[in-house]
Design a protein around this ligand. Structure first.
Ligand code: GN1
Ligand code: MG
Length: 357
């Protein structure tokens, strides 16, 4: 690993890389500064099986972080190094290093001191809403097609349903016949759930630059519990704002777990919903009336999309998501489907909260 580190244009003396256990997709290592007060780094091996276009992905990150840094400079913000990720280029001036074995590595300046959170409270949900709203606002003047789709069609509902249809057709694991209730539930909602793609083609709904993994653990907080920096930029790409709003609500505004075995645990956490929406709307000043109106729909859209993705993986015989036990993807599917149903029940109330805010 020392050899890999040598490829990058590091500006101070550092110690040996230490493994950092975060995320399931890339491998991360902290590279500590030799002397107190100097820069430490975060070295990452990029999972090029999931992210097949590493070059495009790294260009996306460079565009986004440069753009945000400019905004922070114009606003004369302090501590900019802690507020946006900083990629360290290789000595050849490239954004990543490819080893002869075909591994892809990149280096960031480590944001510190900082902590991350796995669970939200209404207070941290509001702050997180502000952080993601600000992130989108900082990027709102970039044309959406300045970035590539680092995973093609990642949040495209029509594409996810096409994958589902193909999995049904193939029935590779022979699991289809036992799941007709789920198949019916998916099919019943499919037209409604492709609305955003239709509105986009009709020119009514815009694409923006999205984060596409808006979980609370992708926000770094300072010592006072204030969000400082958005991380995990691998999936930053063009998409609908309702996607980012909905994915946070899917993961955080659920009183149960993503893979809860007890479906009765699953309800919409309306306190978290309201808090995040309040924070988000404060900062996301660029939203159109239609986008605001569609935010509650975005919640069910992302839970439905995740239902379809988990179920497709179940039908395919568990080839994409890591599972902890054999029925895991089926359990996840049922839990996400229940969340869709709960969100449908609460949609009126969500709408009136958004209207009020
Ligand atoms: C994956 O690995 P993780 O938890 O960050 C997936 C998301 C899904 C999520 C479901 C690249 O994210 O899109 O929403 O699982 N990421 C990718 O929990 O597919
Ligand atoms: Mg992630």
């Amino acid at each position: 690993m020392k050899n890999i580190l040598k490829q990058f244009a590091i500006w101070n003396e550092v110690g040996d890389p230490q493994p950092l256990r975060i995320g399931f997709i890339n491998d991360s290592f902290v590279v500590p500064a030799k002397r107190i007060g100097e820069t430490s780094y975060c070295l990452q091996r990029i999972n090029h099986h999931i992210f097949k276009d590493v070059e495009g992905l790294m260009r996306n990150i460079e565009i986004v972080t440069t753009h945000i840094r400019e905004k922070l400079l114009i606003a004369r913000e302090e501590n900019i190094e802690r507020k946006v990720l900083h990629l360290v280029p290789t000595k050849e001036g490239k954004l990543f290093h490819k080893t002869p074995e075909g591994e892809y590595w990149r280096l960031y300046v480590l944001v510190e001191p900082a902590t991350s959170q796995e669970k939200v409270t209404p207070e941290s949900a509001e702050l997180t809403g502000q952080a993601f709203g600000r992130f989108q606002r900082q990027l709102a003047d970039l044309p959406f097609d300045a970035l590539c789709e680092s995973i093609p069609n990642f949040h495209n509902m029509e594409f996810r349903l096409q994958q589902f249809d193909e999995a049904l057709e193939a029935d590779a694991a022979g699991r289809k016949s036992a799941c007709t209730d789920i198949i019916d539930a998916i099919n019943k909602r499919r037209e409604m759930m492709c609305l955003a793609e239709v509105l986009f083609r009709e020119g009514k709904l815009k694409k923006h630059i999205n984060h596409c993994d808006t979980k609370v653990n992708n926000v770094l907080f300072d010592e006072k519990g204030r969000p400082i920096c958005i991380v995990d930029l691998d999936t930053v790409m063009p998409g609908f704002v309702l996607s980012d709003f909905g994915d946070f609500m899917r993961t955080a505004a659920n009183t149960g777990q993503e893979d809860d075995l007890n479906l009765d645990n699953i309800h919409v956490d309306m306190e978290v919903f309201e808090a995040y929406a309040r924070g988000y709307l404060k900062e996301a000043t660029f939203l159109t009336e239609l986008e605001k109106e569609l935010l509650p729909y975005g919640c069910r859209l992302l839970s439905y999309m995740q239902t379809v993705r988990f179920f497709t993986d179940w039908l395919n015989g568990d080839t994409y998501y890591k599972i902890a036990y054999p029925e895991h993807n089926l359990v996840r599917t049922r839990a996400q489907l229940r969340l869709v149903e709960e969100q449908e029940k609460m949609e009126e109330q969500m709408r009136s909260i958004i209207a009020h805010l």
